[in-house]
Design a protein around this ligand. Sequence first.
Ligand SMILES: [Zn+2]
Length: 290
Amino acid sequence: MSSSDVAVGMGEWALGCSGRFARDESVRHTRGMEAVDRGQLELAQSMLSGAQRVVVLTGAGISTDSGIPDFRGPNGVWTKNPGAEKASNISYYLSDPDVRRAAWQARLDAAAWSASPNRGHLAILDLERSSRLHAVVTQNIDGLHQQAGTDPDLVIEVHGTIWFSRCWECGDRRQMSETLQRVRDGDPDPACELCGGIVKSDTISFGQSLIPEVIDRAMRVSEEADVLIAVGSTLSVYPVANCVPLAKSRGARVVIVNAEPTEMDGIADVVLRGSIGDVLPQLFAQGGNT
Ligand SMILES: [Zn+2]
């Protein structure tokens, strides 16, 4: 069984339970702490204790414990359903009504609607309470940082959000719940109510340009950071991965927390290999008390 199997399996199990975090704890202990290097953890804590502006960069790995599958892992969305990858490509989505109808149907019961933030998301609140969280730059589209309680103004969603829909033609943006209700009410491919244009989720599809202002802001906060912590990302998707070398080049310390090796391990000051739900609470609780 791979680490991805464990993460997704736990997430699904947790979603079915009330009192999720308390019960999650007991499972966690059976998995042990063997992967976390104590010396490296203390080194990262000491970097954090002296930091004023901490930027946290998050990827899919922080959300798998909330039951949101990644894309390409063994339980990934695209591995199990290659059609979903097609729906994620902007040219197919715009040119083929069948792709759009399938995408809206799949979205009706997406895992994200019932997902809750996990210990990793909640740990970031400890950092925020100590007034040192400069920004969260996230590749995730699930909105779980905001749901955990992080100030929405501090969250930079470089790949957009599934919680809103947007018209491809006129840019009209509205709550996804409103658009999904139209699908439930019998419109399989709801067009823009203002201009009749094609509507999609307010996310960045493959083949679609990133929003320059959003990327610029991600780069700017990275330049301003004195510690950048990359969590749950393989740091192989650009340009967001550039936040890491950019921060480093401006003098920031770089900490990487991920279950697997990443593209940027070589330039990190500390690499913490282990479960995100185990590592982040230790990292931020200690730093937040100093
Ligand atoms: Zn429109």
